[in-house]
Ligand binder design. Sequence first.
Ligand SMILES: [Zn+2]
Length: 403
Amino acid sequence: MLILADALVSTPDRILHPGRLRVSGRTIQEVGSDLQALPGEEVLELPGLTLAPGFLNLHAHLELSPLHGKVAPRLPFSEWLRQILLLLPGLHATARTASILEASRSASESGTTTILTILSDPRSLAGLAGTLPRIWWALEFMDLHGDPQPAVQMDRLAAWLSRHPGCDWHAAISPHAPYSASTDLYRACAGLAQTLRMPFTTHWAESAEEVELFQTGGGSLRPLLPDGWIPGSLSERSGALPMGSLLAHANHLKLADLQNLQTRGCFVVHCPTTHAWFGRESFALQKFRQQKLPVILGTDSPASGANPSLDLRVEARAFQQAHPQISWSEIWSMLTTLPASALGQADRLGTLTPGAEADWIAWRLPSAPASSPPPHPIPAILTSTEPAEIISVAGRLHHLERT
Ligand SMILES: [Zn+2]
């Protein structure tokens, strides 16, 4: 199939006017401005539209949308967690399944074609037959109340995935956080991530209370943990992180931590609206850049943020407002090419180039006056609040109904 559009964002620094994309099945064959239809080839004409790669969101909790607005913003982290722990038992599997479907659809409509979501209750997967975006299901483990048997659970997830070969679904693993997962559990999860060659993610150094717990053994997080729980050491856990770990938040890191994490090839997933929702100090972007620790953007959960539709453009705008020195093109790479490398999918996702998956979005952007050149599509897409017109995931097209 040949797709003809007004413009095409191939990579952050390669924009084509007009933009043409040749796709065969689920794979991009050619990208250019002057591709011509082959004899008998299907042609999709998209006048007025701009093609761009779908975004990747590597920190979401698709199950938790019903908790949006249930807890007040700007609480101390431990109080937020205490209230969430009271709400979670009321969130039944059917509500979680419905949340997964609704949240993933809404994320796609704002341009996201790949989501790595934390999965805290595998029962939410029962009855799920497909999702619009491709998904990495990061099964979450804690060992506050006994051994969660990650190897057994990951086997079950693999069996479930094998029963859904037509879905673009994959496995990932996630010890929850250093205060809820022991060093042994971190090691077990890291071992599975390496053996099964799957992404490893964890919440890391999210709050000042977490740092205090490991420095003093006390503080306001301590009463939320079981009596016999011994924090152990944070550096032991960081020593267990496998290469390429995805660390959500990383708000409280010292220089030595940064150096260690950089040598482990870690990626930091920063969630700007959640950061602002908790009223946290400004995100130390400069420290990460100096230490060459890559930062990508995620949405986190609607239980702790002001972005219930999981729209990565909202995160991009919040980030740009907090860090105006960062260009829109650089922010674009934090939503596309960088997270694709973090997943080990650098040539397949986050880019419209030959050989990549046909994960593209068709956007209708505001038109420029006839006498002026067309606007740069990257800031135009990231500042738009309109939904996409067409979403393609692995070559499967989904047209959005305009209301
Ligand atoms: Zn999270």
